[in-house]
Design a binder for this molecule. Structure first.
Ligand code: ADP
Ligand code: NI
Length: 214
């Protein structure tokens, strides 16, 4: 397979698996992230094949999507062998997708340029208007309220607290979304995050104002 065929086949394979996803990891999230990642890769001079394959597969190891991360990694590994990636490419892609998740801010920073690019693209999709919408959809799917003024924002979080503790959609802005701008890795990622970050701040101000907080 040439690079284009590898990408096209992977696109189909991922799309099939995410057809029924409802937690914000749907196919259109992957599509948006892959597009941003490809654009940023071109500007930053990253290896586009690695970036695109990692972006396409990055949510297939999430324990919200598959039974276990281990099973997800094995599925992706088998797939990458099947389409003919080299051992080195495969290791690189698997390292990217296993290290890039936010998990309450507890994961170590990623190291390669390709990992930085894919992580930036994923983070861009968590902020701006799309980020706001995904947050409310996710909170709704967990049964969390849009806002609960009696809940304190949880400053430092373990992975378990981040995943399972009581929170709200608005709480998630403070626990993650507003922090992402300063966590962007690449120059182009930072540029793209700025407008989306400002949108989040404007949205929050309006929301809390309508709520009656001053
Ligand atoms: P993470 O990268 O932190 O593991 P995901 O990427 O799985 O989170 O989250 C999917 C979407 O749901 C993202 O837009 C994310 O910001 C949002 N989200 C994650 N956790 C929460 C939460 N506790 N409340 C509301 N939205 C959340
Ligand atoms: Ni994602």
């Amino acid at each position: 397979m040439n690079h284009k065929q590898m990408v096209d086949e992977t696109r189909k394979w991922v799309k099939d698996q995410l057809a029924n996803e409802k937690t914000g990891h749907d196919w259109y999230h992957i599509k948006r992230v892959t597009k941003q990642a490809q654009e940023i890769a071109e500007i930053e001079g990253a290896d586009e094949l690695i970036v695109i394959l990692a972006a396409l597969t990055h949510d297939l190891i999430d324990d919200k999507v598959v039974e276990s991360e281990e099973q997800g990694v094995k599925n992706v590994d088998d797939w990458l062998i099947k389409i003919g990636t080299t051992e080195e490419q495969r290791q690189h892609i698997l390292t990217i997708i296993t290290t890039m998740s936010f998990k309450g801010g507890t994961n170590k920073p990623v190291t390669t340029l390709e990992a930085q690019v894919v992580q930036d693209a994923d983070r861009l999709d968590a902020i701006g208007a799309i980020g706001v919408a995904r947050t409310f959809v996710y909170a709704g799917s967990k049964g969390d309220p849009m806002y609960d003024p009696t809940l304190f924002v949880r400053e430092t979080l373990t992975v378990d607290e981040y995943r399972n503790g009581r929170s709200s959609a608005i709480g998630h802005f403070y626990e993650k979304l507003l922090k992402l701008k300063d966590l962007m890795n690449t120059k182009e990622g930072k540029v793209r995050a700025l407008e989306r970050h400002q949108f989040l701040e404007g949205f929050l101000e309006q929301f809390l104002d309508e709520w009656g907080h001053k």
